[in-house]
Write a protein that binds this ligand. Structure first.
Ligand SMILES: NC(=O)C1=CN([C@@H]2O[C@H](COP(=O)(O)OP(=O)(O)OC[C@H]3O[C@@H](n4cnc5c(N)ncnc54)[C@H](OP(=O)(O)O)[C@@H]3O)[C@@H](O)[C@H]2O)[C@@H](O)CC1
Ligand SMILES: Nc1ncnc2c1ncn2[C@@H]1O[C@H](COP(=O)(O)OP(=O)(O)O)[C@@H](O)[C@H]1O
Ligand SMILES: [Mg+2]
Length: 274
């Protein structure tokens, strides 16, 4: 297990070259947020914008659209059931996130299948939240590469069928390899299983135990994937940035509020980036 501290990442952080424009920093598509869990999509998109993605689009239930415009005007937003628009976006994005607050009903299943059917080969796909539960039902034809899953322990139990008490690194590693997945297994000191290696994030705190914290991580990971060419490094950097920013907030605040974590990202990144 490789322990990840600030020092490990010092040469990995993305740079913002002078000769650049928004396209340089990646197009992120986030498919998230049903009628009940609209906040999850907004939190994920907020984290993508504030961690520095060039262009962020949220595909969500139409009921959420005006809230997205009001709380995150930097993001573009579409109805996730508009197949033509979704297809156009999926075909021309640097990374796709699917699942935060998506739900597991028929609408969610059909959007998940549509995404799996249409995502171009080699576009990174991050599967989180409800979409992990959909994947765990094993009713989807699934062979996309590269795919990243970001489960908490119960979601990993549902997907891997390894009980929480038995989720040991060697067991997790075997399953990650078998399923051909990069796994960000979230808990205190989150572990990342990627390309036959295991990394452990030496940051994070109990102030993070609040709804929406994992949704926020997906947005940060999507940005890092756009900007750091090596996928394992992108996952390590994004997960560390999330927990490290939370640690800075926890020095003064007892609870780390997810959207506040996102708002703190530009300053944390400025400190960490070369
Ligand atoms: N604002 C919004 O819109 C928000 C929307 N959200 C969206 O909601 C959807 C459902 O996601 P979910 O994570 O809330 O529910 P689920 O997958 O059933 O897991 C909970 C069960 O697992 C258990 N458990 C065991 N270990 C655990 C662990 N380490 N971490 C966490 N749980 C653990 C836990 O045990 P218990 O708490 O009962 O002890 C409980 O039985 C998903 O799409 C998500 O994106 C949320 O992000 C919130 C904000
Ligand atoms: N006690 C804790 N210590 C450190 N990190 C924590 C703790 N509790 C939760 N987290 C972090 O918060 C996030 C929770 O993710 P998740 O359960 O998916 O949240 P949600 O689905 O509500 O957005 C993960 O990144 C996890 O590592
Ligand atoms: Mg979650």
């Amino acid at each position: 297990m490789i322990e990840i501290t600030k020092n490990y990442l010092k040469d990995i952080w993305p740079k913002r070259p002078l000769n650049s424009h928004k396209g340089t920093f990646g197009r992120v598509l986030i498919i998230a947020g049903n009628k009940q869990f609209g906040g999850a999509g907004i939190l994920s998109a907020t984290a993508a914008v504030y961690s520095g993605a060039g262009l962020v689009t949220l595909a969500t239930d139409p009921i959420n659209i005006s809230a997205v415009r009001a709380s995150l005007p930097e993001a573009m937003v579409i109805d996730y059931q508009n197949h033509d628009m979704l297809l156009a976006l999926i075909s021309n994005t640097s990374v796709v996130v699917i699942g935060p607050g998506l739900g597991t009903d028929e609408t969610a299943s059909s959007i998940f299948q549509f995404t799996l059917d249409n995502i171009p080969a080699s576009t990174p796909l991050i599967i989180d939240g409800s979409a992990i539960d959909l994947l765990a039902t094993k009713s989807f034809k699934f062979e996309h590469q590269p795919t990243i899953v970001t489960p908490h322990q119960m979601e990993w139990q549902r997907l891997s069928e390894i009980k929480i008490a038995e989720q040991q690194p060697s067991t997790n590693q075997k399953l990650a390899d078998k399923l051909n997945l990069h796994v960000v297994l979230k808990h205190p000191e989150t572990e990342i299983y990627s390309n036959q290696k295991i990394y452990q994030i030496k940051a994070g705190n109990p102030g993070m135990a609040t709804g929406g914290m994992g949704d926020t991580l997906t947005g940060i990971l999507s940005t890092m994937i756009c900007q750091i060419p090596n996928l394992s490094n992108a996952l390590i950097a994004g997960t560390f940035l999330h927990s490290y920013t939370a640690d800075l907030i926890y020095q003064t605040d007892a609870v780390v509020i997810p959207h506040r974590l996102s708002h703190a990202l530009p300053k944390t990144l400025k400190k960490l980036m070369p």
